[in-house]
Design a binder for this molecule. Sequence first.
Ligand code: DX5
Ligand code: ZN
Length: 216
Amino acid sequence: MAQINPSILSADFSRLAEEAKAVEGADWLHVDVMDNHFVPNLTLGVPVVEALGKAAGTPLDCHLMIEEPDRWAPQYVEAGAGSVTFHAEAAAAPVRLAREIRAKGARASMALKPATPIEPYEDLLPELDMLLIMTVEPGFGGQAFLDIMLPKIRRARQMIAKHGLELWLQVDGGVSADTVERCADAGADVFVAGSAVYGADDPAAAVRMLRHQADE
Ligand code: DX5
Ligand code: ZN
């Protein structure tokens, strides 16, 4: 079954705990950590993740859009994240980092920006629990879905099948009622949605609707 991960980036930051509770029933809560260097935006860090982990009834899927993830990612596991995603473009030693995240007890995930090919990372896939294909340039919520990424999602799914791997394939950026089915058809099974969930009158209903569409 498809997993839907609402992105807290599109929530009201002055009411984070309530906003987290508004999407109970979602599989994971997606938390976008940005450092103003890897991406031109600054969001939140370890202390907020720790507080959110305690307040939310949903496990945290932390997406680190930061420089030096080798140095910082383990702290997000210690703060309570159940899944930690680092960017391939920023990691100095992705295999070592993925192993460290797993050893500390979280799921290890690696993200690729739109212009980063998957092929150079094929041999690393067994080290990961999830691969994130960005379907917008990372940095902001509410951007238009890049449908030129669909062939990359398809190639990733084929690669996962070829190696007989269990890893999840996540898409993030512009996922909505209009685009979720195309992503699912291409082989994605974990869907991040920010504006499509928090921009809806009933965020929990939006999660159920997206899951239903993805599973069709
Ligand atoms: C963008 C973030 C996304 C963002 C998605 O850099 O990684 O998680 O919150 O927001 P929407 O779903 O509105 O594109
Ligand atoms: Zn994200």
